[in-house]
Design a binder for this molecule. Structure first.
Ligand SMILES: Cc1ncc(COP(=O)(O)O)c(C=O)c1O
Length: 445
């Protein structure tokens, strides 16, 4: 079988190194870089750097490329749109693709009630708007979020983000009326009542002591933590939150920026627990590689705001709308949601034996193709961040591009395009396993 990975130079090669020198000269170091590579071309699940080295891409633009790099239908949609008009501003002159995409999102997001969709540019911007919508609709100020959550880099989204380093350092003061409870993290919770019990008890305490539920506009939750380490809550947790929200007139907002569009083996992760959120935030793979985000929700909520109070110059740009329509069509036609389950099962079949073999793997967890591999110090279960960094570097040297996540920077995550072939997946897992064996050889169980 012909391999997908082709390495022609040392990694990084001379052209990537030269680009990175320019990067450091002309762009701020605060932006940060996961790899020292410069890209020349990308297609499907493969990325070729400036030196002609081809990598299997398990980073997928941080979960943006569920439909693959350059899906032909998306490229064609952008090309054809570019010939008609590039930008109009939907608030000045309407165009069909914005409306078609809104109708599509209204149809495919959970819940049979009438829905409406507003389009924006980034996940953070959609988060901001979801909060504005929730507050305006309920007339309440409080927003409840979770520790380890990541909601973006704008000020309100940062206020809602539950990790100081690196996201929030030096940026305060942050917007207020944000309260935080623990995200139920079964692997790291050994408390009585379990992870779910702890989080629900904290919510109860919050309601009793600090923020009465009738002052809470919304609870905002990632159904599976993304940047926070691919943590899956116990299956009863979101349904219980839904019930509590119903009881107190609080909106439940699902941030599906990273989990959406098939990653978890359902179109949206909340479907795993039959939870219907009032508002759902999408971005990343929605745009098929273009900058686009959306807030989709109950029509009565979405319509409760003053006309002109949300929107923006570029939100729902025509290129992005056409790309998104083609991306969703690709997802449906190619059965990529189901494919995520197949990929997940194939990964688990490979990773779970590795967990038994190497006690530096604390847990392999996830839903569908959203798998997290938590690396720990075997004796203490403390996050093994240095080990994770070493493993990622070793994988890169062998042609596999991966990312980590988690507050301890110790959870390797899989965000490969769902169009990856079985052979490519196996090749990537071979690389991962061999690097793990090399690095962890000193700590087998
Ligand atoms: C769950 C979640 N919400 C929001 C965001 C912010 O999205 P963006 O980077 O497009 O602003 C991210 C980005 O990683 C995310 O994972």
């Amino acid at each position: 079988m012909k391999k997908s990975v082709v390495l022609k130079t040392e990694i990084p090669g001379p052209k990537s190194r030269a680009l990175m020198e320019q990067v450091h000269q002309h762009t701020p170091k605060s932006v940060g870089h996961g790899t020292p590579l410069g890209v020349a071309k990308a297609q499907g699940a493969l990325l070729t750097d400036l030196d002609g080295n081809t990598f299997i891409d398990f980073a997928g633009g941080i979960g943006t490329l569920n439909m693959g790099h350059c899906p032909p239908a998306v490229v064609e949609a952008i090309r054809s749109q570019a010939e008609d008009y590039l930008h109009i501003c939907f608030q000045v002159v309407a165009y069909p693709s914005y409306v078609e995409l809104a109708a599509k999102l209204n149809a495919i997001t959970p819940g049979n009630h009438p829905k409406k969709t507003a389009l924006f540019n980034s996940g953070a911007e959609a988060v901001e708007n979801a909060v504005k919508i929730a507050r305006a609709y309920t007339g309440r100020r409080g927003i409840v979020v979770f520790d380890r959550a990541f909601h973006g880099r704008t000020m309100m989204a940062l206020s809602m983000t539950g990790q100081v380093k690196p996201y929030k350092v030096g940026f305060g003061p942050f917007p207020g009326d944000v309260a935080r409870i623990s995200f139920p993290y079964p692997y790291r919770c050994r408390c009585e009542g379990g992870a779910e019990g702890v989080s629900l008890a904290q919510l109860d305490q919050l309601f009793r002591c600090d923020l009465p539920p009738d002052q809470v506009a919304a609870i905002v939750m990632e159904p599976v933590l993304g940047e926070g380490g691919f943590v899956v809550p116990p299956p009863t947790f979101m349904p219980k939150l839904r019930e509590l929200c119903n009881q107190h007139g609080i909106l439940l907002i699902a941030d599906e920026v990273q989990t959406g569009f098939g990653r978890t083996g359902k179109l949206f992760a909340v479907e795993h627990w039959n939870v219907v959120p009032d508002l759902i935030i999408t971005a990343k793979s929605l745009g098929g590689g273009t900058p686009l985000s959306a807030v989709t929700g109950r029509a009565d909520i979405m319509d409760a705001l003053v006309t002109g109070s949300i929107g923006g110059t570029y939100g729902g740009n025509p290129l992005a709308c056409r790309a998104a329509l083609a991306a969703i069509e690709t997802l449906e036609k190619e059965g990529l949601v189901e494919r995520a389950n197949v990929l997940g099962a194939r990964m688990r079949a490979r990773l779970e034996p590795l967990q038994k073999q190497f006690d530096c793997i604390g847990e392999v967890r996830g839903l569908g193709a959203m798998i997290g591999i938590e690396l720990v110090e075997p004796a203490t279960r403390e996050p093994a961040s240095a080990l994770a960094a070493k493993l990622l570097e070793a994988c890169l040297q062998k042609g596999l591009l991966m990312l980590k996540s988690g507050a301890g920077n110790n959870v390797i995550r899989t965000l490969m395009p769902l169009v990856i072939s079985d052979e490519q997946l196996d090749e990537a897992l071979d690389i991962f396993a061999s690097c793990l064996a090399e690095i962890c050889a000193s700590v087998p169980s």
